[in-house]
Design a protein around this ligand. Structure first.
Ligand SMILES: Cc1cc2nc3c(=O)[nH]c(=O)nc-3n(C[C@H](O)[C@H](O)[C@H](O)COP(=O)(O)O)c2cc1C
Length: 335
């Protein structure tokens, strides 16, 4: 359980450079997940939380005449952060400027992505190995926009190269207004436990806000992580897949000390239906294919869930998806 000091701190607003936000629980950027439809669902339960777009290639934003759909955000989607990846300061500056025009309240720079396609080109977690370039990017972007610049990174490239303390200090010195640390190395990918103790060490060293990320799957894990790290907030990731309620549940507990009751199977299925129809409305047939994984993630912990998962993973049309979910809703209506 949290000490009184931590409880008081965590229920107060968070200052990120010039920006004050009311919630210390964040929805992470998730490529292929945190699109407009998903963000709208998270926002309903966590209206004051910062929500991140999927990571976006800075060079695309800079080069393309039309602004990529990925950074299309709604006027009332606030506070929102646009996350950019890349390894060259100039395109990053230009992309950041465009993103601010689109309404980003902060620009987050991805320095943690482990995917080879991105690291091979020098972006994502590869920047942990190129701290001078990482610093230059942050310095240039900070100079060129009027909103806070933040960085999301990992604890290091591998067990042999854990450099987060030095790296974090360099980010702070370069003008980053906040740092989110995923407590794994690049080599770990998403395996093994997040090593929150490294986040604690960074927190002891830096003055800017530190957000802890990795293995936040419930109110309990968020509290444990905050206790161990002393971080200024937490960021939820895989725990929100098929469960857009998580950020709101943790936020509510930090502010009130009261645990929200978990959504019933009926509420989860209704949410799944809304997710499906939102994807259809915004993306058409592509949205239906994308909805398969989301719908499968919702199918957990109710009678018939595994059979339903099997069926929703193969839907071809929105009508098919709605019919399957309506049947499940009828079955679960009294649970
Ligand atoms: C499907 C998926 C997509 C992700 N996309 C991004 C991304 O676009 N940008 C980013 O910084 N991290 C991304 N991540 C990493 C997460 O934001 C987070 O750092 C990581 O999952 C650790 O948290 P967890 O253990 O709670 O899942 C992604 C992770 C997953 C599983």
């Amino acid at each position: 359980m949290l000490s009184n000091y931590l409880r008081q701190k965590l229920s107060s607003p968070l200052q990120i450079g010039s920006l004050k936000i009311k919630s210390r629980v964040f929805q992470s950027p998730l490529s292929g997940v945190t699109d407009f439809t998903f963000r709208r669902l998270v926002r309903r339960y966590a209206p004051q939380s910062m929500i991140y777009t999927e990571m976006i290639n800075a060079t695309d934003v800079y080069h393309l005449k039309h602004v990529p759909k990925l950074i299309t955000i709604d006027i009332d989607e606030q506070p929102i952060s646009i996350q950019l990846f890349g390894c060259r300061p100039y395109p990053m500056v230009k992309a950041a400027q465009k993103s601010v025009k689109k309404g980003a309240k902060t620009i987050d720079i991805n320095m943690g992505c482990p995917v080879s396609k991105i690291t091979k080109k020098g972006g994502g977690s590869h920047l942990l190995r190129q701290p001078n370039i990482a610093q230059e990017i942050v310095k240039e972007v900070v100079k060129s926009i009027g909103v806070p610049v933040t960085v999301k990174t990992r604890i290091g490239w591998s067990d042999q190269e854990i450099n987060i303390i030095d790296f974090a200090k360099r980010m702070e010195d370069s003008g980053a207004a906040m740092l989110t640390i995923h407590g794994r190395t690049r080599a770990q990918g998403y395996n093994g436990k997040a090593r929150w103790e490294w986040i604690a060490k960074v927190k002891e060293t830096l003055s800017i806000p530190i957000i802890a990320n990795g293995d936040i799957f419930s109110v309990e894990s968020a509290l444990k992580c905050l206790e161990i790290t002393g971080a200024d907030g937490v960021m939820c990731s895989r725990g929100t897949l098929g469960y857009p309620f998580l950020v709101g549940e943790i936020d509510y507990f930090l502010r009130t000390g009261i645990r929200k009751s978990a959504p019933t199977p009926k509420q989860r299925l209704e949410c799944a239906k809304e997710h499906l129809n939102g994807l259809w409305e915004h993306k058409g047939q592509r949205g239906i294919y994308q909805s398969r994984k989301h719908l499968a993630w919702y199918c957990k912990a109710f009678p018939g869930a595994s059979e339903l998962r099997d069926h929703v993973s193969r839907i071809e049309t929105v009508e098919q998806g709605n019919r399957l979910l309506d049947e499940a809703l009828e079955f679960c209506k009294n649970i």
